[in-house]
Design a protein. Structure first.
Length: 192
């Protein structure tokens, strides 16, 4: 039995939990999902997921609760982390915003809300490295990744700008993979 933790200070916690369960099912794994709001649980988790929301709020709450150090240790131990939208912003090296205390577990810099007004929210069928068929990706005031470190692989881009990246055990997306029934992205992050 694998233990999956969903950081639950904000965001689509239930949707991510459901997506992890569906992905585990497809891969023949059994998983127990825990919602994490306080320090002490992350060290027991095999998989970790950081949802979207508001990156300023999430990073502040993680720091106040002392969960930030636990996430860093999880990644340093080689255990998988999926960070989506604001989660990606928090996981990054640099969000170019003093109000976001980034965890620096993914060697990318991001621009918050960079798709601008016209493209505030949109859906795209994305070709993602590692998935056979295009993925229905929902973007909501999404960040753009504007710099990637040497160890970071770009898995998908929109208009030439990276929106899904992987660095070893950390996978980050600008979009919300939990908002459709398609759990292949969760499978890619955790079970492949
Ligand atoms: N715009 C948000 C931020 O900058 C992210 C949006 C999201 O997670 N859907 O934190």
């Amino acid at each position: 039995m694998l233990r999956a933790g969903v950081i639950a200070v904000q965001g689509d916690v239930a949707e991510h939990a459901a997506a992890i369960r569906r992905a585990a099912d497809r891969h023949g794994e059994s998983v127990e999902v825990e919602e994490i709001r306080t320090a002490g649980s992350v060290p027991d988790c095999d998989l970790l997921l950081m949802p979207g929301g508001e990156s300023t709020t999430i990073s502040r709450l993680l720091r106040d609760e002392g969960i930030d150090e636990e996430i860093r240790a999880h990644v340093a131990d080689g255990d998988p982390l999926l960070a989506t939208c604001a989660g990606l912003i928090v996981a990054s090296r640099d969000a170019k915003d003093d109000r976001v205390a980034t965890l620096d577990v993914l060697d990318v810099s991001v621009d918050r809300n960079a798709f601008g007004r016209q493209k505030d929210s949109f859906e795209a069928h994305l070709d993602i490295t590692g998935l056979d068929e295009p993925f229905p990706a929902v973007f909501i005031r999404a960040p753009v990744i504007d710099e990637v470190g040497g160890d970071v692989e770009v898995l998908a881009s929109v208009d030439g700008r990276p929106v899904a990246v992987q660095q070893g055990n950390v996978l980050g997306t600008s979009f919300h993979p939990e908002l459709t029934e398609d759990s292949r992205l969760h499978g890619l992050a955790f079970f492949e």
